[in-house]
Design a protein. Structure first.
Length: 249
């Protein structure tokens, strides 16, 4: 993997907590706190006695980690950034190591993704441009300029499709966890390495936006009465993507 374009860190942390009981996360925070102790001791050692140092350090650490307090806003910002960076690096490396050993994590190498015709993801490629079109604010009584916001509010993730060994599957991306300001339109052009976990399946016809937004009566058929499973022939597996990056050439 050459470059990370998407990382659902919250899901990765949940995964590590389940596997390790949160040990790595705890160790990271402890390590940062230890560094902070040393820094504060060096700063206060010349002006305060030992007992006073402990009281001051206790107050500063509590304020920094619990209430966004900082000296002129500077110390808080630096420490928070250090904490976030250290934690992110630990989560990423730990997740990759554990995922590679876990048969339940599906690893797809050097794949491309696409949008299903007439799906929500298909329309999201174009809705950001609606404001540039004359008459889009009142097209047959509909304000097309707010479509992107509406589609984003309807779902917190974007469903795309890919093929693995000639079998179609659905990959779901959390809309808020793309890295480097990447968007769906960007990663459609990439060859990707992907780590994902199966969350269920879906009838591929339901990827069509028309079938998502309208109520369709479930017609009674002879197959359903007899218990035949022919209606499952269109079922395809759905995976939540945890990590995606540009594939090695």
């Amino acid at each position: 993997m050459q470059k990370i374009v998407y990382f659902d860190e919250e899901s990765a942390i949940d995964y590590i907590v389940l596997k390790d009981g949160g040990k790595k996360v705890t160790e990271t925070i402890t390590k940062l706190t230890g560094n902070l102790d040393g820094k504060l001791s060096a700063e206060l050692g010349d002006i305060l006695d030992t007992d006073s140092q402990h009281k001051v350090m206790s107050f500063i650490k509590k304020a920094i980690f619990n209430s966004n307090f900082g000296v002129g806003g500077e110390a808080d910002g630096k420490l928070n950034r250090a904490h976030t960076t250290t934690l992110s690096n630990t989560v990423l490396t730990d997740y990759i190591k554990k995922a590679k050993r876990d048969k339940k994590v599906k690893i797809l190498n050097n794949i491309t993704i696409d949008v299903y015709p007439n799906s929500m993801a298909y329309y999201k490629l174009y809705t950001p441009y609606m404001e540039l079109i004359n008459g889009a604010k009142n097209y047959q009584g509909i304000d097309l300029t707010i479509l992107d916001k509406v589609l984003t509010n309807v779902k917190g993730y974007t469903e795309v499709v890919s093929k693995a060994k000639n079998n179609m599957l659905v990959l779901r991306f959390n809309n808020t966890t793309f890295k480097g300001n990447y968007k769906l339109s960007d990663i459609l052009k990439m060859n990707l390495d992907i780590y994902a976990v199966k969350v269920g399946n879906i009838d591929k016809n339901k990827l069509d936006l028309n079938n998502e937004i309208k109520m369709i009566e479930d017609e009674i058929t002879a197959d359903k009465i007899l218990g035949n499973k022919e209606e499952n022939k269109n079922k395809i597996n759905v995976y939540d993507v945890i990590l995606a990056g540009v594939a090695d050439e």
